[in-house]
Design a protein around this ligand. Structure first.
Ligand code: ADP
Ligand code: MG
Length: 235
C-alpha cells in the first residue's frame, strides 16, 4: 500500500476583481502518494500555479483543506507554514532565481543553511550533472545548467516534496527533456515526491499520476501504470 503524503480536499480559491469573482481553483480534490511523480497538466490560466502554491504553503485557499502527512496545513499559523516551506518542500520555478553573485555551490549552500536537514552538497550537484560547473557563476552557465543548480538547491534541503512550476518553460526542447530526466533521476535517487506543472501534454507520459485541469477544475485524474522515461516521450 502506498502511503499518502499530501491530501487536497475540496480546495477553492477565489479572486475578487471589482464586481467579478475569478474562481482560480474550484473544488479540487486528490491525493499524492509518497514517492509519486505527479504531473499537473492544463492550459494557461487553468489554476495550476494557484494549486501548487497552496500545496506548498505559499498561499491560502478560500475554502477546503490540505493535509501533509495527516497534519492540517490550512489552519497552520505563519510560523508553522514557514517551517513547512523551509523543511518539507523544495520549489523549482520556470525562471531559476539564482543569486547572481554566488557560484553554483554557494547557491546550494545558502539554501541549506536555514533548514533542519541537508544532504551532501557535492553529491547533489553531481547528481544533477554539474560536477564540473560547481564553482561557476550563473552568468557563466546556460539556462539548462542554471535550472540544474535550482533543482540541486531545492533537493539539498532533503525536502519530502519537490514542487516544480513549469520547470522546462524557459528552455528549448532538448534541454527541457534533460531537465525532466534530472527530475526523474532525483525522484529515484532521493525518493522525493515530485509534482511538476506543465501545459505541455506529452510530458504527462512520464508521470505516475496525471491531474488534468481546466478553468480551475480538475477534469480528470489518470493513474499511469507504465510511465516512460523522459527521453522516450512521444511528442
Ligand atoms: P496557471 O498556472 O494554470 O496558468 P493560475 O493559477 O496562475 O493558472 O491562475 C488561475 C486563474 O486565477 C487565472 O484566471 C488568473 O488570472 C487568476 N489569478 C491568479 N492569481 C491571481 C491574483 N493574484 N489575483 C487575481 N487573479 C489571479
Ligand atoms: Mg502558472
Amino acid at each position: 500500500m502506498s502511503e499518502t503524503i499530501l491530501k487536497v480536499e475540496n480546495l477553492s480559491k477565489n479572486y475578487k476583481m471589482g464586481e467579478v469573482t475569478v474562481k482560480a481553483l474550484d473544488n479540487a480534490s486528490f491525493e499524492v502518494s509518497k514517492g509519486e511523480f505527479i504531473v499537473i497538466l492544463g492550459p494557461s490560466g487553468s489554476g495550476k500555479s494557484t494549486l501548487l502554491n497552496i500545496m506548498g504553503g505559499m498561499d491560502t485557499p478560500s475554502s477546503g483543506n490540505v493535509y501533509f502527512n495527516n497534519e492540517l496545513l490550512t489552519t497552520m499559523n505563519d510560523k508553522g507554514l514557514t517551517q513547512y516551506r523551509r523543511n518539507k518542500i523544495g520549489f523549482v520555478f520556470q525562471f531559476y532565481n539564482l543569486m547572481a553573485s554566488l557560484t553554483a555551490r554557494e547557491n546550494v549552500e545558502l539554501a541549506t543553511e536555514i533548514c533542519e536537514e541537508s544532504i551532501d552538497i557535492e553529491d547533489v550537484i553531481e547528481s544533477v550533472g554539474l560536477k564540473d560547473r560547481i564553482d561557476h557563476f550563473p552568468s557563466q552557465m546556460s539556462g539548462g545548467e542554471q535550472q540544474r543548480v535550482a533543482i540541486a538547491r531545492a533537493v539539498a534541503k532533503n525536502p519530502q516534496i519537490l514542487l516544480c512550476d513549469e520547470p522546462t518553460g524557459a528552455l528549448d526542447f532538448e534541454t527541457g527533456i534533460s531537465i525532466l530526466k534530472v527530475l526523474k533521476d532525483v525522484n529515484i535517487k532521493y525518493k522525493n515526491t515530485i509534482v511538476v506543472i506543465t501545459h505541455n501534454s506529452p510530458i504527462a507520459q512520464m508521470a505516475d499520476k496525471v491531474i488534468k485541469m481546466r478553468s480551475g477544475k480538475i477534469i480528470e485524474i489518470i493513474e499511469n501504470k507504465n510511465p516512460i522515461e523522459p527521453e522516450r516521450i512521444e511528442w
